[in-house]
Design a protein around this ligand. Structure first.
Ligand SMILES: *Cc1c(COP(=O)(O)O)cnc(C)c1O
Length: 355
């Protein structure tokens, strides 16, 4: 059990008046959770007014990217309750990411407690409009004041929160995706499975190039042969081919998404076969040309499920399912968002109520 000191702000900010204009990650709530690590121990857990942080320019995180993060949401139900979706999965993934970057890990129940207690303090910041949520961003950074490259001895774990708008204000919409054939995001043995800032720094260039050409995100190929499909930007990817859902297997370079895991469980419960395996771009386009690629979609906390309407590969454009939302895609979206916003019963034990 963490002993969390709570210091409330004396100058609370006005809550956003127009929840239809929230966007993503632009405004922050009144408080932040912060906890220090030094001499082998986590200590001084506190929730304090949201404020700037001050570090020496010689601090490790600025030079060597020793930073990991998580992303989850607090949802408000129609009854006004606030709830989380599988937060223990974020806690475990954060510890796995920490292990990969030699950052200190944390007791699972302590981290969960930190998230829940922080959301309790910020619960009035969870917006009310359909499809909106309070996005939570836990992160952990190495703050040793040295340019020497060593295992981190001093760290901080912080949680901030940002009220965020509906990802699909005009309803769920297919996106255009470009398959990246030059840059790679990750390789086996690297940090692909860790949610670390450095992975994003490395993927910005391809994302920017895709955006300039009118695509919303890139689809990454494996870092060795550039042949097998990995994932889309900040989402995992699934294809329905001839009645079977195929998704790249987690072999170390793909981020193990919680939405991915949840979709696989829901599909299997419904009796839809799921294969976690290697799938090459060639196999995908063969299926497409043979009329067997029924649906394609991305999965991630931000958009939940995002239908893919167009794929571009080596300059060729391919339309998927006539740029329409497939039946399975829609069902996954409705089921997951139904549970998250409390519209349908959670028979999986995935929902954690916050008081
Ligand atoms: C966070 C993330 C995902 C999606 O994970 P969820 O737990 O479903 O939100 C997928 N790919 C990358 C690279 C990510 O950072």
């Amino acid at each position: 059990m963490l002993d969390i000191r709570i210091e409330k702000t004396t100058s609370p900010k006005a809550k956003p008046a127009d929840e239809s204009k929230l966007g993503f990650g632009q405004i922050f709530s009144d408080h932040m959770f912060i906890m220090d690590y030094s001499e082998g121990k986590w200590h001084d857990a506190r929730i304090i007014p949201f404020q700037n942080l001050s570090y020496s320019p010689g601090t490790a995180v600025f030079h060597y990217g020793c930073e990991i993060f998580e992303g989850l949401k607090a949802y408000r139900t129609a009854q006004g309750n606030v709830q989380l979706f599988r937060p223990i999965e974020n806690v475990r993934r954060m510890n796995n990411s920490a292990e990969r970057l030699c950052l200190p890990q944390m007791d699972e129940s302590d981290m969960l407690q930190a998230i829940v207690e922080f959301v309790k303090v910020e619960k009035d910041w969870v917006p009310h409009t359909e499809g909106t949520s309070l996005y939570l961003r836990p992160f952990l950074l190495g703050i040793d004041e040295t340019l020497g490259v060593h295992t981190i001895q001093k760290a901080q774990f912080i949680i901030i929160a940002s009220p965020s708008g509906s990802y699909y204000p005009e309803g769920i919409n297919p996106v255009k995706i470009m398959i990246e054939t030059e840059d790679v995001r990750a390789v086996r043995g690297g940090t692909g499975y860790a949610k670390c800032g450095g992975n994003y720094a490395a993927s910005t260039r391809a994302g920017h190039k895709a955006e300039l050409q009118g695509y919303s995100q890139v689809l990454w190929l494996d870092g060795v042969e550039q042949k097998y499909i990995e994932e889309v930007g900040a989402m995992n990817v699934m294809f329905k081919i001839d009645g079977v859902v195929v998704t790249p297997k987690l072999l170390g370079s793909v981020l193990p998404g919680i939405t991915r895991k949840s979709c696989i469980e829901l599909l299997k419960d419904k009796g839809i076969p799921v294969e976690e395996r290697k799938i090459s771009a060639d196999e995908l386009f063969d299926a497409l040309r043979a009329g067997k690629l029924e649906e394609a979609w991305g999965t991630g906390t931000a958009a939940v499920v995002s239908p893919i309407g167009e794929l571009s590969y080596k300059g060729e454009k391919y339309t998927v399912n006539d740029f329409k939302i497939g039946e399975t895609t829609q069902w996954l979206y409705d089921t997951l968002t139904g549970m998250q916003w409390g519209k349908i019963e959670d028979n999986k034990g995935w929902i954690v109520p916050v008081e």
